[in-house]
Design a protein around this ligand. Sequence first.
Ligand code: AVJ
Length: 322
Amino acid sequence: MSAEPLEIHLEEQDLDRALREDVRVGLTASPKWLPPKWFYDARGSELFEEITRLPEYYPTRAERAALAAHADDVAAMTGAKTLIELGSGSSEKTRLLLDAFTRQGGLGTFVPLDVSVSALRSSTERIAAAYPGLRVRGIVGDFTRHLDRLPTGGRRLVAFLGGTIGNLLPAERAGFLAATRAALEAGDWLLVGTDLVKDPGVVVPAYDDAAGVTAEFNRNVLRVVNRELGADFDVEAFRHVAVWDPEREWIEMRLRAERPTRVRVAALGLDVAFAAGEELRTEVSAKFRPAGIAAELAGAGFVRQAFWTDPDGLFGVSLARA
Ligand code: AVJ
């Protein structure tokens, strides 16, 4: 069966408007910041795929190990008819879930939701070809804005994998979980992947690899702004920095101006100066404790029914019932 036509809730102009607003707000703030969602143009998505294969970047392999060991439990416990994946990207790890649901029988529909039309086009066609009989309905949308557009009917399982929830700040996370709960009915399910708190000596290299792939990924956001908004960031003037925050238990990626530099953002008529050493925050990636995740889920009206990790205890997968 081929995938159904994509359902589009996010047009090019919505993305353009959102980028302008984020760049205007972030570059005029003190300290300066940009949201991590703008890393992922075609080049950024490629660099992220490369990151997932780096020896230092453990989250992808660890989550895959946890899912491989427990995907059958997810299928059996939820008995879901519809699997919805938020921020699905390439949907590679989702295959572990789809394989388990295929063994079990009963899953009728797969609904990946992502902001990237190109990622969805290829992932929906590949999944539809690999799972005959599965209805594949891709949705182009933003998981922080379009949760009210999820398909209804039949028991649903929403999967939010990869640790992407860690990119949200605590208040945004609470809002996201509450909105997810509001989009679901009692008896539906949420599967969420979270990177776990561990020795910073393990976390920091995962975000500052020896080959410099993460540095390129980080700087790519400047290239996106240059291209999309006619800006003139001197990309080579910025150095990649990864810092562990022990109080908030998150890692931050920043871009540090190595010398005084200015940027003009033509589309915004905006001129911004960076002092030597000034930093632009580009990502927060929170790490979690098992009890903390359960409490956040409970605060949004979910009840956690299972918590699994990989054999090394690096990454956690929580299954919660609405
Ligand atoms: C895709 C958001 C889970 O936070 O680990 C990888 C992105 N940033 N290296 C993460 C990322 C730097 C990644 N997530």
